[in-house]
Design a protein around this ligand. Structure first.
Ligand SMILES: Nc1ncnc2c1ncn2[C@@H]1O[C@H](COP(=O)(O)OP(=O)(O)OP(=O)(O)O)[C@@H](O)[C@H]1O
Ligand SMILES: [Mg+2]
Length: 157
């Protein structure tokens, strides 16, 4: 059973704060799946996650839509994936990216819906929903209740 919590945010600074906390807290093998429409803010959140991971500022984190994967070195590696252009999970497997989920870095996946069947069970799903007036609702869910509880305290406490 998945459990979760939501945060309503009004500014890009709040997205940045959340991203930096996520980056600071990440340990090797963590997988974050970012869900939400085009322009919801998945790449923007990933940019702040990179800052929290101590990826140097000179590396601009952009959408890896065409190459599917961008890799950055920080405190631990960041594997930033964007499955938007993929037709299905078989392509992820062919590209060999599935193996990265289980290595020593943090994997962040945009458009994980494209490969739902191969996502690791141990993951955090973050759904970003754009509301009126540029407000956003970030919903966190996972099977890992302990991790979620700690995260909630960090983000809301
Ligand atoms: N609070 C906020 N959080 C995130 N992005 C915001 C916020 N307020 C405004 N924005 C803007 O919304 C846009 C979000 O675009 P972004 O590329 O991050 O979306 P995306 O979800 O990655 O889209 P895509 O599915 O095309 O990859 C950016 O231009 C960003 O500056
Ligand atoms: Mg994006």
């Amino acid at each position: 059973m998945k459990s979760g919590f939501s945060i309503r945010i009004k500014t890009i600074q709040e997205t940045e704060r959340i991203g930096e906390i996520l980056g600071r807290k990440a340990i090797g093998g963590d997988v974050l799946c970012l869900r939400g429409d085009l322009g919801a803010g998945k790449t923007t959140l990933t940019q702040s996650i990179a800052r929290g991971l101590e990826v140097p500022e000179k590396y601009y984190v952009s959408s890896p839509s065409f190459t599917i994967l961008h890799e950055y070195s920080g405190r631990i590696s960041l594997y930033h994936m964007d499955f938007y252009r993929l037709s299905g999970s078989n392509e992820v497997i062919e590209l060999g990216f599935e193996e990265l989920f289980y290595l020593d870095g943090l994997t962040v996946i945009e458009w994980p819906e494209r490969a739902e069947d191969i996502l690791p069970e141990r993951r955090i799903d973050i759904d970003i929903r754009l509301e009126e007036d540029e407000e956003r609702i970030l919903s966190f869910s996972s099977d890992d209740e302990v991790y979620l509880k700690i995260l909630k305290e960090k983000l809301c406490g």
